[in-house]
Design a protein around this ligand. Structure first.
Ligand SMILES: Cc1cc2nc3c(=O)[nH]c(=O)nc-3n(C[C@H](O)[C@H](O)[C@H](O)COP(=O)(O)OP(=O)(O)OC[C@H]3O[C@@H](n4cnc5c(N)ncnc54)[C@H](O)[C@@H]3O)c2cc1C
Length: 468
């Protein structure tokens, strides 16, 4: 890329690192609030894979990968709940708010939202850059923040949003890197090779596995997918007509995990055993409830409860569930309990040792895919590691993501909130827990855009300086 002059003249610049839903919605909300060229900040949206608007979740090209949240809740714009429905209908598609649309279509929608938001602005007001940000230096108030990219390019910004999304999966122990082992199914084209008709083993039985099973078995009608996890738990299914959120009243004094779990059981009982409405009703309160737990209780939740919460909270649409049920009934999806112990790959496939309660069994497959979901420790992402090493940021106490204040201002190594570096979405998982889905991301993006716009309006911001 070479030198990229992010800042020019006195127009402030916001650099957003990560072009997925979090970065895109922040950019769109910023542009839509804009006060006019020369006043409102310019936006540079940087994505390492050029997946602007799509990110990890919406870059899929398989139209059988559906959203797991119904259309009525997936508007990109805070305060306009019908925006997605209007857009889809304008594409000539007949959808209702209760439908689960393909994620690929939703990705097109996010791109359209961004394109629409930039339309009112002169060329160059929004720049979409493909590149990997490797470092960030914040020299102090009044001087620009400098971002460096992996190709040596540099750009300067007045504020930075870290929208880097989920961490890649942790490496599977005992599994060597090799062409037959896919370490991260979400990098572009990671799954292209595995649809060759040979059996596939997925480590993990969650939403990633569901995606992979659907793609592999559709592409090759005879192929078989094995899926292994410690408990063999699969995501639950949405009801065809989801019940409304229940009227859940949590006692004011619930401050520990045991109390919370008791209150949850009582709420389900009071709701006639109908748990879906209770889980949905609790969701908006999760960040507050999570914030009230001790770090020890949060760890206990992650160790003992999270796997059950996740399968009830992130449910799959009925159409996906019947596809999965059919695959299981016909033996094309086989769910095993255990864990991958080791794997030896050769040119034609991989032999995997699966450790289970009954002993170790060997399985010969064509491919082994790591579908265990985001790693549970934030370390190991080079850009973030660099921020931790130079003291610009620190991990949250659970090390699930970044430490930040309630408004998403990133905390430095000493715990001081940055005035010009922010984050949102999955990076806040340790602090908010429920922060990875569109309804939460949309609200955070709107609030952050409002803050950035206020902060960077001439007169409100620090004196302008030239690039050091
Ligand atoms: C398979 C799947 C299905 C989902 N389905 C739904 C759903 O139906 N409904 C719902 O509400 N939510 C859903 N979600 C959750 C949610 O919408 C996504 O997690 C959300 O899209 C997160 O967006 P993000 O931008 O924070 O992260 P990501 O999508 O991961 O985007 C981050 C981007 O940042 C880039 N990046 C990272 N580091 C750098 C760097 N150093 N330099 C440059 N670029 C960088 C990455 O390449 C990536 O493109 C789903 C998630 C997944 C994974």
């Amino acid at each position: 890329m070479g030198e990229f002059a992010g800042r020019s003249g006195s127009v402030p610049v916001v650099a957003i690192v990560g072009g997925g839903a979090s970065g895109t919605l922040t950019a769109a909300h910023l542009l839509l609030r804009g006060r006019g060229p020369g006043v409102s900040p310019r936006v540079i949206l940087i994505d390492q894979y050029g997946r602007h608007g799509l990110g990890q979740a919406y870059a899929t090209t398989d139209s059988h990968h559906l959203l797991n949240v119904c259309a009525t809740r997936m508007s990109a714009l805070e305060g306009d709940p019908d925006h997605l429905l209007r857009w889809v209908r304008a594409q000539g598609q007949d959808v209702t708010g209760a439908d689960y649309i393909p994620r690929r279509l939703y990705g097109r929608y996010l791109r359209a939202v961004l394109a629409e938001a930039r339309r009112a602005w002169p060329a160059g007001h929004l720049t979409q850059l493909t590149g990997t940000v490797t470092s960030l230096r914040e020299p102090g108030q009044g001087r620009p923040i400098r971002l460096t990219l992996s190709d040596g390019g540099r750009l300067d910004a007045d504020a930075v949003v870290l929208a880097t999304g989920n961490r890649p999966p942790a490496a599977l122990r005992g599994v060597p890197a090799g062409p037959r082992c896919v370490p991260d199914p979400w990098v572009p084209d990671a799954l292209t090779g595995i649809c060759d008709g040979s059996p596939v083993l997925v480590a993990g039985t969650g939403l990633t596995m569901v995606d992979i099973a659907i793609t592999v078995t559709r592409t090759h009608p005879g192929s078989v997918v094995f899926a292994v996890s410690r408990h063999g738990l699969l995501p639950r299914t949405h009801r065809p007509l989801p019940p409304p959120p229940a009227d859940v009243r949590l006692p004011a004094h619930v401050q520990n995990l045991a109390g919370l779990m008791r209150a949850l059981r009582v709420a389900v009982k009071d709701n006639g055993g109908e748990w879906q409405g209770v889980v949905d009703a609790l969701r908006p309160h999760v960040p507050r409830l999570w914030g009230g737990l001790s770090t020890e209780d949060k760890r206990r939740f992650l160790d003992l409860v999270a796997r059950y919460w996740e399968i009830h909270r992130h449910r799959i649409p009925p159409a996906t569930a019947s596809r999965i049920a059919h695959l299981r009934a016909t033996g094309r999806l086989r769910v095993l309990r255990g864990r991958v112990g080791s794997a030896v790959a050769d040119r034609d496939g991989v032999t995997v040792a699966i450790d289970a309660e009954a002993g170790t069994r060997e399985l010969r497959v064509g491919w082994l895919v790591n579908g265990t979901g985001p790693a549970s420790d934030v370390a190991g992402v080079p850009f973030l590691d660099e921020l931790f090493t130079n003291g610009t940021a620190r991990p949250d106490p659970l090390r699930l993501g970044l430490d930040a204040d309630a408004a998403g201002a990133v905390l430095d190594a000493a715990g001081r909130p940055h005035e010009r570096i922010f984050t949102l979405g999955p990076t806040l998982r340790g602090l908010r827990y429920e922060t990875t889905a569109i309804p939460e991301i949309r609200a955070q993006a709107a609030a952050l855009a409002s803050r950035l716009d206020r902060m960077l309006t001439p007169g409100n911001r620090w004196p302008d300086t030239s690039v050091a």
